[in-house]
Design a protein around this ligand. Structure first.
Ligand code: HEM
Length: 221
């Protein structure tokens, strides 16, 4: 049986692609955190990224490929697992299952929908909340763009729900990466699970603080 058609091979691909996306989520959160320093810090960061030119496009292409592979195998593995006799594994599944592990496909689908919305909003800038000057000039005043959008309560709520969904997906996902690539055994698993949970909480707080502080008027234009 080939690597790609074996379920282990496909799980390894999910883990490796998940790892690259995890890295992106970490870097994006650190970059976005410059908003806490002030408008100039976030805008300078955005200018620097845009000035990388073709490198940005190579990175985007690579990340799009990672996402595509991750989603494709996530969906096909889930469909195959549910087509296999579910009752056969009922006992062993119950021992390990958590809400976050049982809902991976659904939190994944929600995150994908969020990502489409997020790209239409801040990358393509075609959602109704985007001001004309943010459409005219790129990157332009990214701080003003983000604050203007998050002042709209339903938009901030969408982001907070998405950040909680990301928290659920990664609470299981991160320790699952270690398990799949064989870095964890009975001794190290509890520590790796804790690292996964701590990182997920860090993302929830780091990303979630932005809409919360904007709604509270602490980050303002
Ligand atoms: C409070 C939360 C977030 C804020 C304020 C935020 C902000 C932004 C902004 C301003 C951009 C456009 C950058 C530019 O064109 O200069 C962007 C792009 C992007 N964001 Fe976020 N983001 C957030 C959460 C997330 C999350 C959780 C993910 C992934 C799960 C994500 C994935 C992306 C991606 C893939 C891009 C496109 C990058 C590119 O243009 O190459 N973002 N984000």
């Amino acid at each position: 049986m080939g690597f790609m058609s074996s379920s282990v091979g496909r799980k390894v691909l999910m883990a490796v692609t998940g790892f690259f996306m995890l890295f992106f989520v970490l870097v994006h959160m650190l970059g976005n955190s410059s908003i806490f320093i002030g408008p100039a810090a976030l805008n300078t960061y955005a200018e620097k990224l845009h000035s990388l030119g073709p490198l940005v496009w190579i990175f985007r292409g690579f990340m799009a490929l990672m996402l595509l592979i991750h989603v494709w195998f996530g969906v096909t593995l889930t469909l195959e697992n549910s087509a296999a006799n579910p009752s056969k594994y009922a006992v062993s599944k119950k021992l390990k299952a958590t809400f976050s592990s049982e809902t991976m496909i659904w939190t994944g689908v929600l995150l994908l929908s969020f990502l489409v919305y997020h790209l239409l909003q801040f990358t393509l800038r075609i959602t109704p909340d985007i001001l004309p000057d943010a459409i005219a000039k790129r990157p332009g005043d990214v701080y003003k763009m983000v604050v203007t959008s998050f002042r709209i309560t339903p938009i901030s709520v969408v982001y907070l729900v998405a950040m909680f969904t990301l928290f659920l997906h990664l609470s299981h996902g991160i320790q699952s990466i270690f398990q799949t690539v064989g870095c964890s055994n009975d001794k190290t698993l509890p520590a790796l699970t804790t690292i996964g949970k701590l990182l997920s909480v860090l993302f929830l707080v780091g990303y979630g603080a932005i809409p919360v502080l904007i709604l509270a008027g602490i980050l303002a234009r």
